[in-house]
Design a protein. Structure first.
Length: 338
């Protein structure tokens, strides 16, 4: 048995949740970086979402190496939301963190987030920055600060920090009975965050990069155009958030509107990449009309100069703006900022 199983029960237990589907190339490395954490008091929950490849078998073999690992096998595919919900339903830790199964973490990932959590008495701890599989330069100076739930939500909705649930540590009592919505085709992390973050009294934020987001997994859902899931599904998720986010303020309303605007542009990307405009003409025209009418309104929102420049382009031509973005991202291979 792995010697790393010797843990101090005086430390709070952290549940690390990993949803696995078609990641046989990545899951062993991902889980090994969790097993090698400097913070040892972990339970590692891997949920095999009825994966057709060998992801589930690899997870079982990893569990034989470390008694902290528990593997749950779905009898039918339930999607990312369902897999994460299985993890939440079975987690016994005081704190919860999510790791995507094709990503990996630094050895002090949990230790660093626990340090932020304890030093700020936060309900959530996170780092504002992350590595990617193509970018691995550490920041020169770290700084830990306390922000409000509204601050964090606005930063997420304005795309200043990542919308997902990874690279974060949540107090389990904060999550309570909140779960990912199985009916959300995409944006499940954003939808979950808008449920949970408003309950946080305060949030601890660091700057150090401790998580690596894999931009080289060509099987990732964000790599291939998917009109039903990413276009229609993205707008449906934003409708859920727009209707259900509470409490609200003028500042949050603006942030939600900006994220809706960004999601509509993202939907246009999928329509155009899939060559699906003619088959979705009504939806396409609705997106073009909405983005063009909203673009100038975003100039008064909490966005930076490059975002304002994009909004001005959208006001002139949403379709041209999206085609330029497609060329930049998929033809030139430029990746998101980190």
């Amino acid at each position: 048995m792995n010697s790393q199983n010797t843990t101090s029960r005086s430390e709070p237990l952290v549940s690390v949740l990993v949803a696995a589907y078609n990641v046989e190339r990545y899951i062993e490395h991902c889980v090994e970086t969790i097993m090698q954490q400097t913070y040892q008091n972990l339970e590692i929950i891997i949920v095999d979402d009825c994966s057709p490849d060998s992801s589930g078998q690899i997870a079982d073999k990893l569990a034989l190496r470390d008694s902290r690992i528990r593997v749950f096998h779905h009898s039918q595919n339930m999607g990312l939301s369902g897999a994460r919900n299985t993890g939440l339903d079975n987690a016994t830790g005081d704190y919860i963190t999510f790791i995507d199964s094709d990503d990996w973490i630094e050895p002090d990932y949990v230790e660093y987030l626990m340090k932020i959590m304890q030093s700020t008495d936060g309900d959530i701890a996170f780092s504002r920055n992350f590595f990617t599989s193509r970018f691995h330069e550490q920041i020169s100076e770290d700084h830990i600060s306390v922000i409000t739930s509204e601050d964090m939500l606005c930063d997420i909705l304005y795309n200043k920090i990542h919308v997902g649930v990874w690279n974060r540590l949540y107090r389990k009592t904060l999550i309570g009975d909140s779960r990912f919505r199985p009916d959300a085709l995409t944006g499940e992390g954003l939808q979950f965050n808008t449920q949970v973050i408003p309950r946080a009294k305060q949030i601890g934020m660091g700057l150090r990069r401790i998580y690596t987001y894999n931009v080289d997994n060509n099987g990732s859902a964000t790599k291939k155009p998917n009109v039903e899931k990413q276009a229609y599904g993205g707008i449906a998720t934003m409708d859920m958030i727009k209707n259900n986010l509470k409490p609200r303020s003028c500042r949050l309303d603006n942030a939600v509107e900006y994220q809706y605007f960004s999601t509509a542009l993202y939907a246009l990307i999928h329509l155009i990449r899939a060559g699906a405009i003619s088959d979705n003409r009504v939806f396409y025209r609705k997106l073009v009309r909405y983005t063009r009418n909203t673009a100038l309104k975003t100039l008064a929102m909490e966005i930076n100069t490059s975002q304002k420049a994009k909004s001005l382009m959208v006001a002139v031509s949403p379709t041209l703006t999206v085609r330029v973005a497609i060329f930049w991202r998929y033809c030139l291979g430029r990746k998101q900022k980190v």
